[in-house]
Write a protein that binds this ligand. Sequence first.
Ligand code: NAD
Length: 374
Amino acid sequence: MTHFTPHCQETLFLSPSDVAGLVRSQGMAATLDGLEAYIRQDFSRWSRFDKSARLASHSPDGVIELMPIADGAHYSFKYVNGHPKNTSQGLPTVMAFGVLADVSTGMPMLVSELTLATALRTAATSVLAARALARPESRVMALIGNGAQSEFQALAFHRLLGIDEIRLYDTDAAATAKLVRNLQDNPDTAGLRLRACASSLEAVRDADIVTTLTADKTQAAIITAGMLRPGTHLNAVGGDCPGKTEIHPEVLAAAKVFVEYEPQTRVEGDLQQMPAGFAVTELWQVLAGQATGRDSAAQVTVFDSVGFALEDFSALRYLYDQARRLGLGRALPLIPRLDDPKDLYQLVRPALSGACAAPSAGAHAKPVAEPLLN
Ligand SMILES: NC(=O)c1ccc[n+]([C@@H]2O[C@H](COP(=O)([O-])OP(=O)(O)OC[C@H]3O[C@@H](n4cnc5c(N)ncnc54)[C@H](O)[C@@H]3O)[C@@H](O)[C@H]2O)c1
């Protein structure tokens, strides 16, 4: 375990093993619960944020995105990609890191891995939405797409929302087998029943909640009209990029659709298939009591999730607070500390020979706090 002693001029670095250590030391359920609370808190401060749709750079096999956001006190951004073919090359489909900075000075407070944290915050956001939109008596969930994100969604819905049966389907049977392996004999899944299914149709039959988590850069229709029973809540997570959808437009047309940030979801979500005037509700409005969630027990609700910068802002805030509490992470020598902040040149000033030689850059610049030992 590494330790970080905070200093206002130091940047904390959290590696994937630091974030994993944080989850292990707090427990998965407590971590997801804490993240959901931070995300809820920030959604409830919606008007305080300077918001924008993320900046996407598309290429034939994927996308790289920058996701900035700020309130009056903190600024954050996430770098994240989405490359569905990556897994065949031994790389995750989704990889991410991010920065949390102090708005009053611009000083980066935290540089963190966000690959693991994205899976955690996405699952926490899905539960936050389902808590507001799904029928409270929901107990059975279908989970379609059993890749990197799937364990986190399964655990969040089981531990935080009371889902006690999950029906699994993936076109890759090995992905489903991996998910079953990870969830079986797991202290976090006591009382959870798992059922591997032969098709999406079988998985979805009689489910209260359907989570779609597939990755394919195509206009897919994993869920089509007639597959969902009345009252289903659809947690649509995998359709998150132009030309990459999971839900047939007829399903959206017949449902009440909720989004994170409308300008972004119109372009990236399953919503991209719908006319510009198609009505949607932003999730924060429901959480703030400014809009209703589901209107009846029989209504189909859809959370067209694409992932919004605010959720990463919350995740970075949460990681920073918990890492400081637990003494996790290490100081990252990212920003030079100078005796005279106007004398940046001191870092590169040539060393002169003789008695009047200028001190070396190393002697002049304050050393950045050394990483503390494991
Ligand atoms: N909304 C968000 O906030 C958010 C956050 C993270 C990831 N995502 C998206 O979630 C999706 C899943 O991410 P991941 O990291 O688990 O990817 P992954 O590549 O690890 O897993 C995706 C799985 O989907 C399966 N799949 C593909 N097409 C399918 C189909 N037609 N039917 C059933 N299964 C199918 C693949 O075999 C694979 O196992 C991606 O599309 C990603 O972009 C969204």
